[in-house]
Design a protein around this ligand. Structure first.
Ligand code: ZN
Length: 109
């Protein structure tokens, strides 16, 4: 999250803004980041910076798996107790996406 703050402040500076008002993040369902804590965590981190008070908007990034057996892709929009290929039922999956945190947009004033 300090990375999100640093990058938002950099965007603000590059564009001659004075404040960061809104940050849109894409958070992978497999990232282990609890979306409900992101705003309060950010509020603490951003205190005293140009991003203080910025609204955090979160988009879920589904987990994307590729099957090692049949090669098909399966998406899980939420955490699941087990992950299997939707096409052949195999549990031999490779996680391709949905484990990271991406900044989609930074709103500045
Ligand atoms: Zn499969």
């Amino acid at each position: 999250m300090t990375d999100v703050l640093d990058r938002s402040l950099a965007v603000c500076q590059q564009h001659g803004g004075t404040r960061v008002t809104k940050i849109t993040l894409k958070i992978g369902v497999m990232s282990g980041i609890a979306a409900s804590y992101v705003q309060s965590f950010f509020d603490v981190l951003s205190k005293g910076t140009a991003a203080e008070g910025a609204e955090i908007v979160i988009e879920d990034d589904p987990a994307v798996f590729t099957c090692r057996k049949c090669g098909e892709r399966t998406e899980y929009a939420a955490l699941s107790p087990e992950y299997v290929c939707a096409h052949c039922g195999s549990a031999a999956l490779h996680l391709e996406g949905g484990y990271g945190l991406q900044i989609i947009n930074v709103g500045i004033l």
